[in-house]
Design a binder for this molecule. Structure first.
Ligand code: PR8
Length: 465
């Protein structure tokens, strides 16, 4: 893929994911295929979150007074907030912020809900649109100003230990979802200057795009008691004393869909992990004048069988050349294509082609088709995952001196460096290379690449979106 950015924009359009021509920068229209991928992604995540989180829904608008309460938080977002200032022609007495994220919408309510230790923990999430007036270059799905499927979880606990454990639980949920989507990832503790505004610490998931840039595809933040103190959230413990609780939040956006498209796709188009593929199997009857009825009726039988077994399947019996149909199903990333024609019927067989590796196999029509499909779909998930992980691993390259960091990264890699862990030194490294330190990674030995003091970490550094 020579020009990734061009490829990415084309595929969003050709595979009907997003129309980015909406006349507000950073705001896009979800098209039919994109919407379905988004829907299946959401279903998979909800299934995981619903096990021990409650889904809720808070208002879009936040009073200025609430947004302004948490000093560090508001400072982090002040450049990015859209404001509602008027109701019709009337200027509002108090400006209303359009949520850039919902801490300041949710936590004032926590202060009403939390009274006693028996009210804790609370674990909730919502799936909403949030708005950030991003100043960096916007790109569909990757950096948008209307984040259309912001999946944000917020939890509140009686103890620090429980909150720390919850961050790990949030990370586990995200690991599971990324594995289901075959997205390779790194989990890194962000340097202090790059943590979520108001958090004690931020754990981030990064993945590597084909152009060598990394994308942060999810984060989990330990908020400590900072917000509880600001929003006066207190609970009575078992001894009748009043304490501040501890909070966490974690979130994903449609960047996950950008990652699915970018990491698995190829020059023919999308390659979708089966869990989110709008169609998991497309049956293409190869019809000639002679014998077409038998072929169609067999195709319908296969379709019915697969549908009954819960697969998303369709028959493409449009009056088009098979080649055109193959092309479309490849473009749309449909994981499996079944072909069946008169000659196959004569041989009592059908043919399945995998989208991910183009492997073609023929099977007897007497075999259990749904178990073949199930096995192949699972194989696709696994092999996409393995391929992605292998590539990610290969592209983490140890670098010993400052002058080759940039070149290493420009060649499409993530550089691994020794670092003293000092903020001033880390920022100097970032400034000199024009790259970002993602966080601590793996064992260290030797001296800091920049200041030459003993290293505390090996850190990863990359070009980020
Ligand atoms: C929080 N509060 O907000 P976070 N376009 C697309 N995706 C984005 C964008 C954007 N402009 N900005 C961020 N993301 C916490 C946790 C509630 C939930 C994605 O955290 O600011 C990034 O993948 O880190 C980011 O990791 C995730 O949303 C959560 O946003």
């Amino acid at each position: 893929m020579e020009d990734f950015s061009k490829w990415f924009h084309n595929i969003l359009d050709e595979a009907k994911i997003i129309d980015s021509r909406y006349p507000i920068k950073g705001m896009n229209v979800w098209l039919a295929n994109g919407f379905k991928i988004r829907k299946y992604m959401l279903e998979a995540l909800r299934e995981l979150l619903d096990k021990d989180h409650d889904e809720t829904l808070f208002p879009l608008l936040v009073p200025e007074e609430e947004l302004a309460k948490e000093g560090i938080h508001v400072k982090g977002f002040e450049e990015e907030v859209y404001w509602v200032t008027h109701g019709g022609k009337k200027k509002l007495n108090e400006k209303l912020a359009i949520r850039p994220t919902s801490e300041t919408a949710i936590y004032p309510m926590f202060s009403l809900w939390v009274r006693s230790h028996i009210d804790l923990p609370i674990k909730l999430y919502q799936v909403v649109n949030t708005f950030r007036y991003e100043t960096k270059h916007t790109r569909p799905l990757i950096r948008v100003r209307e984040i259309t499927t912001f999946k944000e979880a917020h939890t509140i606990h009686a103890t620090k230990e429980e909150a720390a454990k919850q961050v790990e639980d949030g990370i586990d949920i995200y690991k599971t979802i990324f594995n289901k989507l075959s997205i390779p990832f790194l989990i890194l503790k962000r340097p202090v200057w790059d943590k979520f505004p108001g958090a004690n610490y931020t754990m981030a998931f990064d993945t590597l795009f084909p152009d060598g840039k990394t994308l942060q595809i999810g984060t989990a933040h330990n908020l400590g008691s900072t917000f509880a103190k600001t929003f006066e959230i207190k609970f009575e413990n078992e001894n009748g004393e009043h304490e501040y609780p501890y909070q966490t939040c974690y979130g994903l956006s449609d960047r996950v869909i950008a990652a699915i498209i970018a990491i698995h796709g190829d020059e023919k188009g999308l390659v979708l992990p089966p869990i989110v593929a709008p169609k998991q199997v497309t049956i293409i009857p190869i019809i000639f004048k002679k014998g077409s009825e038998e072929v169609i009726s067999k195709a319908k039988e296969i379709e019915k069988n697969l549908k009954n077994n819960g697969f998303r399947v369709n028959i493409d019996d449009r009056d088009l050349r098979p080649g055109k149909k193959f092309y479309e199903s490849e473009l749309n990333g449909t994981p499996l294509r079944i072909e069946i024609g008169p000659r196959d019927l004569e041989n009592n067989q059908f043919i399945i082609t995998r989208r991910d590796n183009s492997e073609k196999s023929s099977f007897s029509l007497d075999e259990n088709i749904s178990s073949i499909v199930e096995r192949l779909l699972n194989d696709i998930t696994t092999s996409l995952k393995e391929k992605g992980e292998e590539n990610l691993k290969k592209r983490i390259v140890g670098v010993k001196s400052m002058d080759i960091i940039e070149k290493t990264v420009l060649d499409g890699n993530i550089a691994q460096i020794n670092w003293c862990g000092e903020e001033s030194c880390g920022k100097a490294i970032e400034e000199e290379t024009n790259l970002d330190i993602l966080g601590e990674y793996g064992k260290y030995s030797g001296d800091c690449i920049h200041c030459k003091k003993p290293a505390k970490y090996t850190a990863l550094i990359s070009k980020t979106y």
